[in-house]
Design a protein around this ligand. Structure first.
Ligand code: PGA
Length: 252
C-alpha cells in the first residue's frame, strides 16, 4: 500500500478569525487539490468550526491540535474527540512536544488519546521527538522508541494502519534549526523499524511519518525527497499562505 503524503499546518495559538479566513482564502487561490497529497490545517480549537466553513470544497482537510483522552463528562476546559468529529475534523495532533513539556502529557496519555481519536474515526498525527539534551547524551533512540511503543501498547491492532506519526526533534521546533534531511531520514527509518517490530511489516510500510521542526519553503523539497519522509508538519511557516503554498508546491 502506498503511503499517503501529508503536509499539515499547525497554527498553534496563532491567528484570529479574520486572519485565519484571509490565510485560507489566499491559500485556496494558490494551490489546487492533488490526488497524491493531503493538505491539512490545524487551527486553534475555537477556530475549528469557522475553518470548516472556510475550507469548504477546497480539498484541504481540517485537523485539531489536541483532544481529551476521556470521552465526555466533568473535564472543564477539555475538548472531546466526539465533538471534533461532529465539527468536521479528519485529523488531530497528539502529543505535540509543547503539550508534553508544558501540559504534562505522558507517553501513556498520548497513547490513550490516540485510541480515543481512532474510536471516533479521526486520524491521529502522533508527535514524537527528542530534546537537545537527549540527543546530545545519545538518548534519542531510546526516547523515541519508548514514545512509539507506548502508542502501540494502547491502540487496538485493528486500528494500527490508521496511525500517522510526526518526528519533531524538540531542538528544531521554532528555532530555525532543522534536522538535516539525512538526520531526519535516519530517525524516520528507526521509527519504521520499531513499528515493524511492534506491528509487523505491513503496518510499518503503510504508516506515514511526517517531519516537523523549522520546515520551510527552502528545505521542504530536500526533506520530502528522502525515502522515509512522507510529509511535513509545519508550524511557523504555515501561518502565511505564500510560505505554506510554496512548501506544498515543493512536493513533486
Ligand atoms: P515550526 O513548528 O515549524 O515552527 O518549527 C513545528 C511544530 O511544532 O509542529
Amino acid at each position: 500500500m502506498a503511503r499517503k503524503t501529508i503536509i499539515a499546518g499547525n497554527w498553534k495559538m496563532n491567528l484570529l478569525p479574520v486572519e485565519g479566513e484571509e490565510m485560507v482564502a489566499e491559500l485556496k487561490e494558490r494551490i489546487a487539490p492533488r490526488e497524491n497529497l493531503e493538505v491539512v490545517i490545524c487551527p486553534q480549537m475555537a477556530l475549528v468550526p469557522l475553518a470548516l466553513d472556510w475550507l469548504y470544497d477546497s480539498g484541504i482537510q481540517l485537523g485539531a491540535q489536541n483532544c481529551a483522552e476521556k470521552l465526555a463528562g466533568a473535564y472543564t476546559g477539555e475538548t472531546s474527540a466526539e465533538l471534533l468529529k461532529v465539527l468536521g475534523c479528519h485529523y488531530c495532533l497528539v502529543g505535540h512536544s509543547e503539550r508534553r513539556s508544558l501540559y504534562g502529557e505522558t507517553d501513556e496519555s498520548v497513547g490513550g488519546k490516540t485510541q480515543t481519536l481512532l474510536n471516533m474515526s479521526i486520524i491521529p498525527i502522533v508527535c514524537v521527538g527528542e530534546t537537545l539534551e537527549q540527543r546530545e547524551s545519545g538518548a534519542h533512540f531510546d526516547t523515541i522508541g519508548a514514545q512509539v511503543t507506548a502508542v502501540f501498547n494502547k491502540v487496538d491492532p485493528e486500528a494500527w494502519t490508521r496511525l500517522v506519526f510526526a518526528y519533531e526533534p524538540v531542538w528544531a521546533i521554532g528555532t530555525g534549526k532543522t534536522a538535516t534531511p539525512a538526520q531526519a531520514n535516519e530517525i524516520h527509518r528507526f521509527i519504521r523499524e520499531r513499528i515493524k517490530e511492534l506491528a509487523g511489516e505491513i503496518v510499518a510500510n503503510a504508516t506515514s511519518i511526517l517531519y516537523g521542526g523549522s520546515a520551510n519553503a527552502s528545505n521542504a523539497a530536500d526533506l520530502l525527497g528522502k525515502s522515509e519522509i512522507d510529509g511535513l508538519l509545519v508550524g511557523g511557516a504555515s501561518l502565511k499562505a505564500m510560505d505554506f503554498s510554496q512548501i506544498i508546491a515543493s512536493f513533486k
